[in-house]
Ligand binder design. Structure first.
Ligand code: ASP
Ligand code: MG
Length: 416
C-alpha cells in the first residue's frame, strides 16, 4: 500500500531543509506520493508580488520578483553548487517573468492563483532536480493536470470524480516508487491554475490519500505532533499521542492551527490514519489521528484566537431576537463571508465573535440600519476542550471575561 507525505514550507526553507526532507523520503520503505509546499514564507512573498502586479506598482513588483528569484537561487546554489543548477527552476522563472510583463486581467483572484502558484511550482521543480542529481529516483507530477476544480479562484472546489480518474491513471507505481507533486494547487477543466485556500497543502495530501486508498497520510511539521496548546504562549504544552477524527475536526474548527480543516473528512470517510510528525526528529512517534473515541491524554486542550471582534446587536424597536431577526443577521455574515467563531443569543441580544477582517466595517454599517450595535475589538477567544475547573481558573484569572459559553465538553471565553 502507498503512503502520502506532506512537507510544508518550513521544512524546505533552505538547502539543509531540502536535504533533511530527502533523507526522510529515502528512509521510506513504502511507495510514496510526496506533496511539497512553497519554500519558507514564499507564499506571502508571492501574495505581495501579486498585489504590486495587479495595482501596477511596477518598481515594487520588479523588486519583489528579484527577491523571490534570489531566494530560490541561493538555495539552488547551496544544493547544486551553481545558482543555475536547476533546469526546472530556470524554465519556470522565465515563465514568471513573461507573465509579469503582460498586463493583468481585472479579476484579482484569478491573477492571484496564476502567480502565487509559482511558489509550489518552483519548490517542487528544485526538489525534483535535486533528487535526480543525488540519485533519489522520482517522478515529478504537475498536480494541476490531475487535481481538477471549479473556477472559484483562491478557494476552489474539487471535482472528485474526475480527479479520482486522473490520479488513478497517473500514480501507477509501475516504473517509480516515488512521485513528487505540489500541494495547494489545482486546475480548471480549461487548464487554468486554481488554489485551494491558504495552507491548503494538507488538504491536497488528503485528497491524494483518499483517491489512492493510502495506508496513511503523514504531515511533517516543525512540532513533535499535535500539542494540547500552542507552545508559543503555553510553556507546559504536551503532545497528544492519539485522537479521533472528530476531535481533530473540532480542534481545527475552533482554530487550532495544526491541520487544515478540510483535510480530515476525506480521510475519515475511508478510515485512513493521519500522522503528524516532526521533520526535525523524524523517528519520534508523533500524533496519530484515527478512528477511536476522544483524546488519548486526559488533558485540557487550549485553543486561543486573538484579534477577535466581539459584537452585540439588539433590535432598535425592542422586538425580540426571533427566527426572522436571526436569519437577517446571519445572512449579513454570510454575505460578507465573515466566519463566526462563537455566537449566542437571548431574547433581546445577539452576540458573535469573529476574525477582524477587511469587511468588518461594512458588516457593522449594514447591521446598524436595523439594530443597535455594540462591539469590542482586539479581544481573545479561548476555547478549552476537556476543561477542568483548574484549567479555567488558570486561564481566566486576572482577565476580564466579557462572554462565556460552557457545555459538557467545551468551555469558551471571550476575554479582554
Ligand atoms: N504554500 C501555501 C500557503 O502557505 C499552501 C500551504 O503551505 O499549505 O498557504
Ligand atoms: Mg506554505
Amino acid at each position: 500500500m502507498i503512503s502520502v507525505y506532506k512537507f510544508g514550507g518550513a521544512s524546505v526553507k533552505d538547502a539543509q531543509g531540502v536535504q533533511n526532507v530527502t533523507g526522510i523520503v529515502r528512509k521510506s520503505t513504502q511507495p510514496l506520493v510526496v506533496v511539497i509546499s512553497a519554500m519558507g514564507k514564499m507564499t506571502n512573498a508571492f501574495e505581495e508580488l501579486t498585489r504590486y502586479y495587479f495595482n501596477r506598482d511596477l518598481d515594487l513588483c520588479q523588486q519583489k520578483q528579484q527577491e523571490i528569484i534570489r531566494y530560490h537561487q541561493s538555495i539552488i546554489k547551496d544544493l547544486f553548487g551553481d545558482e543555475k543548477g536547476s533546469a526546472g527552476f530556470n524554465r519556470l522563472a522565465e515563465l514568471l517573468a513573461q507573465r509579469l510583463k503582460q498586463a493583468p486581467s481585472r479579476h484579482f483572484d484569478f491573477e492571484y492563483d496564476q502567480i502565487v502558484s509559482f511558489g509550489e511550482m518552483f519548490s517542487t521543480s528544485i526538489v525534483a532536480d535535486y533528487w535526480t542529481a543525488v540519485g533519489q529516483t522520482n517522478k515529478w507530477v504537475d498536480v494541476r493536470t490531475i487535481l481538477k476544480t471549479d473556477d472559484l479562484y483562491r478557494d476552489a472546489n474539487v471535482n472528485w470524480e474526475l480527479t479520482a480518474e486522473l490520479m488513478e491513471d497517473t500514480f501507477l507505481f509501475d516504473e517509480v516508487s516515488c512521485y513528487l507533486t505540489q500541494g495547494f494547487l489545482g486546475g480548471t477543466l480549461s487548464n487554468l491554475t486554481t488554489t485551494l485556500g491558504r495552507e491548503g497543502s494538507d488538504y491536497t495530501a488528503a485528497i491524494i490519500g483518499y483517491v489512492l486508498n493510502a495506508r496513511e497520510v503523514t504531515i511533517w511539521k516543525d512540532v513533535p505532533g499535535v500539542l494540547n496548546a500552542d507552545p508559543r504562549w503555553y510553556s507546559e504544552a504536551v503532545k497528544i499521542n492519539e485522537l479521533s477524527y472528530n476531535e481533530a475536526i473540532e480542534l481545527s474548527f475552533y482554530g487550532a492551527q495544526v491541520i487544515h480543516p478540510k483535510t480530515l473528512k476525506p480521510l475519515q470517510n475511508k478510515n485512513i490514519a493521519l500522522q503528524v510528525k516532526s521533520f526535525i526528529e523524524p523517528d519520534g512517534q508523533g500524533t496519530v489521528i484515527c478512528e477511536r473515541s476522544g483524546i488519548s491524554e486526559p488533558v485540557p486542550v487550549f485553543i486561543l484566537k486573538k484579534e477577535q471582534v466581539f459584537l452585540t446587536v439588539s433590535p432598535h424597536d425592542f422586538s425580540f431576537i426571533m427566527e426572522d431577526r436571526l436569519i437577517e443577521i446571519l445572512t449579513l455574515f454570510s454575505r460578507y463571508r465573515i466566519k463566526m467563531n462563537l455566537m449566542q443569543n437571548s431574547a433581546l441580544n445577539f452576540s458573535a465573535c469573529f476574525d477582524d477582517g477587511r469587511d468588518t466595517n461594512a458588516l457593522m454599517e449594514d447591521l446598524k440600519k436595523n439594530f443597535l450595535v455594540r462591539y469590542n475589538n482586539g479581544v481573545d477567544l479561548l476555547t478549552i476542550r476537556q476543561y477542568t475547573p483548574g484549567a479555567i481558573e488558570q486561564m481566566t484569572s486576572g482577565r476580564e471575561v466579557i462572554d462565556s459559553q460552557i457545555t459538557r465538553k467545551v468551555a469558551r471565553f471571550v476575554m479582554r
